[in-house]
Design a protein around this ligand. Structure first.
Ligand code: GLA
Length: 395
């Protein structure tokens, strides 16, 4: 394993050398007053996570902030493998589902921690039209195409570049160019995703893409959270709020019908926080179709830029997650397809049904086929930009 500490700021070196000198002379406190240690401790480190069968090395980068929070990301699928956040007593625990080894990630798994592209969520019948040209996509979810096809952005190797550390944040830049007609999508799509961890425990995910042919794009992040820090605990006691007056009802194959339905009076009303479990088994047609929650909510204030989209709170640990985005929608998925067949990290058992939830910020599913939905078309000369921030607090 190679470990290199890069981009620890000069201030960090100053703190280390200054405190070493001070330890000898036993005057540590004076130095901490002189050197603002708070500005020095964001850092990143990398190591080899594993090798693909063709020998390609997959690296893991760990961003660390001054508060003690850590996020590890691998170049395979740009996946978040661990995210350690404090509970109300200051205990740091991993709050995202994932695996210990690369071989588990490359086997079939439901997009654990992954970047999703080119098109997050479903496209009906695996096809769409642009300027009268029909594009056929891999049908990897019944009749539909899900999350970019067979070899979506979750399964490609991203190029990683550690960015110079800022005073209160540290970032990892990932890039990937998806070739013209890759997985059926037109245009060479140059994609950049920057993960930034800040000292106030926010993980920002900033997406950018450009194309040389008219295409469609809808990028998202597919982390499964369990704020309890215990993956044997179902997420049903988490209290969730979604800032949406409407959601998108779906057909049997989870394609939106085109209707924007009011959440009022339905199990989909999360305008005030309520537990995930409260109505997840309600006798409701949409709940049945999703096998629980697996729907896109129409976020309020679509033109407000990055605004609060959702929150999740685990009363036992006190962990409180805020999700901000500039996207018009959010897919709230309650891990209904987890079935106990995949191993937890640390050999603790398996991931059972509803032991993780996803808050996937995005444009609406099937937008390329639904003209009433906000467009996902990207033209040459335009830049796709989107930002989502996951902020970890305690209550
Ligand atoms: C998304 C989908 C779900 C499911 C998961 C992965 O959240 O909406 O239906 O496919 O990904 O299992």
């Amino acid at each position: 394993m190679r470990i290199s500490y890069k981009f620890v700021t000069i201030l960090a070196l100053l703190v280390v050398s200054a405190s070493a000198i001070q330890c000898k002379s036993d005057k540590k406190t004076e130095v901490s007053e002189e050197v603002p240690a708070v500005e020095a401790s964001t850092s990143s480190e990398n190591s080899v996570f594993g090798k693909l069968e063709d020998g390609t090395e997959i690296d893991q980068f760990t961003l660390k902030n001054n508060d003690g929070m850590e996020v590890s990301i691998i170049t395979y699928g740009g996946r978040i493998t661990t995210l350690k956040a404090p509970d109300k007593n200051g205990n740091y625990e991993d709050v995202v589902i994932g695996f210990d080894s690369l071989s588990q990630y490359t086997k079939s798994n439901p997009y654990f921690g992954a970047l999703i592209g080119r098109y997050g969520n479903r496209i009906a019948n695996g096809e769409f039209k642009l300027d009268n040209e029909t594009y056929k996509l891999p049908k990897n979810n019944g009749a539909n195409s899900l999350h970019g096809g067979e070899l979506g952005f979750d399964k490609v190797v991203w190029t990683a570049e550690e960015m110079p550390a800022e005073d209160h944040s540290t970032s990892l830049k990932l890039t990937y160019t998806s070739k013209d007609m890759e997985e059926g999508y037109p245009g060479n799509l140059k994609t950049t995703v920057i993960y930034t961890l800040t000292d106030d425990n926010a993980l920002e995910v900033a997406y950018e893409a450009t194309t040389d042919k008219k295409t469609v794009v809808n990028l998202t992040q597919h982390s499964y959270f369990n704020l309890s820090g215990d993956f044997n605990e179902p997420i049903l006691d988490h209290e969730v709020m979604i800032n949406a007056d409407e959601f998108l009802p779906v057909d049997e194959t989870l394609i939106p019908t085109g209707e924007l339905r009011k959440v009022a009076g339905t199990p989909f009303d999360f305008r005030e926080p309520k537990t995930v479990g409260q109505e997840i088994n309600a006798d409701n047609d949409q709940i049945k179709k999703g096998g629980g929650y697996d729907h896109c909510w129409v976020l309020n204030d679509p033109d407000a830029g990055e605004r609060l989209a959702a929150t999740a709170y685990d009363p036992k640990s006190g962990r409180f997650l805020e999700v901000y985005t500039d996207e018009p929608g959010i897919q709230f998925y309650t891990g209904n397809f987890l079935d106990g067949s995949l191993p937890q990290k640390g050999e603790n058992g398996t991931y059972a049904k509803r032991t993780g939830f996803c808050l996937e910020t995005q444009h609406y599913p099937d937008s390329p086929n639904q003209e009433e939905f906000p467009t996902t078309i990207l033209n040459p000369g335009e830049t796709y930009n989107s930002t989502t921030t996951f902020k970890f607090l305690v209550k």
